[in-house]
Design a protein around this ligand. Structure first.
Ligand SMILES: [Zn+2]
Ligand SMILES: [Zn+2]
Length: 440
């Protein structure tokens, strides 16, 4: 029986950087590319390289509500990055390759549903654009996204917070000690999706041993239980012990054996800023592990500097974390019903969201209709203020897939009522069933 090849997509985005000396720059992938060529990975018959396609604005509009529109916030590089993720996933779904890794930038996991600008180097959420593309064009339904970046994947969490068909698991350095300051255990999904967002804040300095304890005792069993059609890995690499932006202690071997256990169908690169000391080794390790090849010899030259072991305090904390989140997972159905009963007809959330790269502060109110017949519609009111962009506001309603007629009408009525009051500058209906983002 022939073994299916492994797919690779590269897009270093030469012409995209927030500033010339910013840590999020093209060298991130160039050193990796050199390492991969040097190791002869591209000469292995089992590894097949794909050119990234260009995603469309329509692909982005399926996920985001850009204010005033998504096109005014992004460059072609964003569409190639998202398109690269789609290329990788489509190769898997069509059965051309067994698994695939999109080594693309700019990254995406801090980009939320509403977009007023750029935050955490992200403007559109490339994994979410990929997932919704697969749902639209390939009939994929249940998706698990495991975010292994050191920063909480707050954008991905936001986009799928009301969707019980998407399991989102993020482990990250504790938000009390790192951007974006979220990802705590009580962020678990809105009532209809309670339990399908799982946050695992890890103490600074967590080593391979600590990470793999959480992986073996929580992440892998939950994934097996959820039975997704597709497992996605948001493959950030800034948990590495040499990363300049964070304080964790994961090695290339730690990441590679994580990839081997996770068996993700598609990995999409996120962060990772230790350009010379970590990325070439971590990426090579992930590629070999995902391709089912021997990764045991992938070792950083300065591996002696990697912290080892686990303090008693961290060990006790991780044991408690796994017990708590495991209980939430097992009891999610009854917790979800209780939360829905408590909320009544609507669940409301008010938040402040900061766009650190654009200097924009957003105030957002979400109102989710809890419907006994369907997933319910979501109404989002947003007001943002930026020193360069001034005041921007919008009101949008999101109609889910398989919505009931009452919710479809309710979404429309909510937007029309808001428009009559005239408080906002822009009004939208995002309709997942008809695959449209309509300006009202
Ligand atoms: Zn990161
Ligand atoms: Zn309904």
């Amino acid at each position: 029986m022939a073994v299916k090849p492994f797919g690779l997509v590269f897009f270093p985005a030469f012409d995209w950087a927030l500033t010339p000396t910013h840590p999020e720059r093209e060298e991130r992938l160039l050193y990796t590319r050199d390492q991969i060529v040097e190791e002869g990975l591209l000469d292995i018959p089992g590894i097949r390289e794909y050119k990234p396609r260009l995603a469309t604005l329509r692909d982005a509009d399926r996920v985001h509500i850009g204010v005033p529109d998504i096109g005014s916030h992004i460059t072609d590089a964003h569409l190639v990055s998202a398109g690269g993720a789609i290329t990788a996933a489509e190769a898997v779904v069509k059965g051309e390759v067994a698994r695939a890794f999109a080594l693309v930038r700019p990254p995406g996991h801090h980009a939320m549903r509403v977009v007023h600008g750029t935050r955490g180097f992200c403007t559109i959420n490339i994994e979410a654009v990929m997932v919704e593309y697969l749902r639209r064009h390939h009939g994929i339904r249940r998706v698990a996204i495991v975010d292994t970046d050191v920063h909480h994947g707050d954008g991905t969490q936001d986009i799928f917070y009301h969707d019980p068909d998407t399991l989102f698991i993020s482990f990250h350095q504790d938000g009390r000690t790192l951007y974006p300051g979220s990802g705590f255990t009580d962020e678990a999904g809105s009532p209809p999706a309670l339990g399908t967002t799982i946050n695992l804040p890890l103490p600074p300095g967590t080593t391979d041993e600590g990470l793999h304890y959480v992986l073996d005792n929580l992440i892998i069993p939950v994934l097996e239980d959820f039975r997704p059609d597709l497992v996605i890995n948001s493959a950030g690499q800034d948990n590495h012990y040499s990363d300049p932006l964070a304080s964790m202690a994961i090695t290339a071997q730690g990441y590679a054996s994580l990839a081997a256990k996770l068996r993700a169908d598609v990995a999409v690169l996120e962060g990772g800023y230790s350009i010379e000391d970590a990325l070439p080794y971590v990426n090579t390790g992930i590629i070999l592990a995902m391709a089912g090849l021997d990764y045991s010899r992938v070792v950083e030259p300065d591996i002696a500097a990697a912290p080892r072991g686990l303090s008693d305090g961290t060990r006790a904390y991780l044991r408690e974390l796994v017990a708590k989140q495991g209980a939430l997972w097992r009891e999610r159905e009854s917790l979800s019903s209780a939360a829905a009963a408590k909320a009544g007809d609507f669940w409301t959330r008010r938040r402040g969201i900061y766009y650190d790269d654009s200097g924009i502060s957003e105030q957002q109110v979400e109102r989710l209709r809890l419907c006994p017949h369907c997933r319910g519609y979501l109404a989002v009111a947003t007001e943002a203020e930026g020193h360069r962009t001034g005041y921007q506001s919008a009101f949008a309603a999101v109609v889910p897939r398989e919505s009931c007629p009452a919710c479809r009408q309710g979404a429309k009525d909510a937007v029309l009522a808001a428009k009559r009051q005239g408080k906002y500058q822009h009004y939208y209906i995002q309709d997942k069933e008809n695959d449209s983002l309509e300006r009202v």
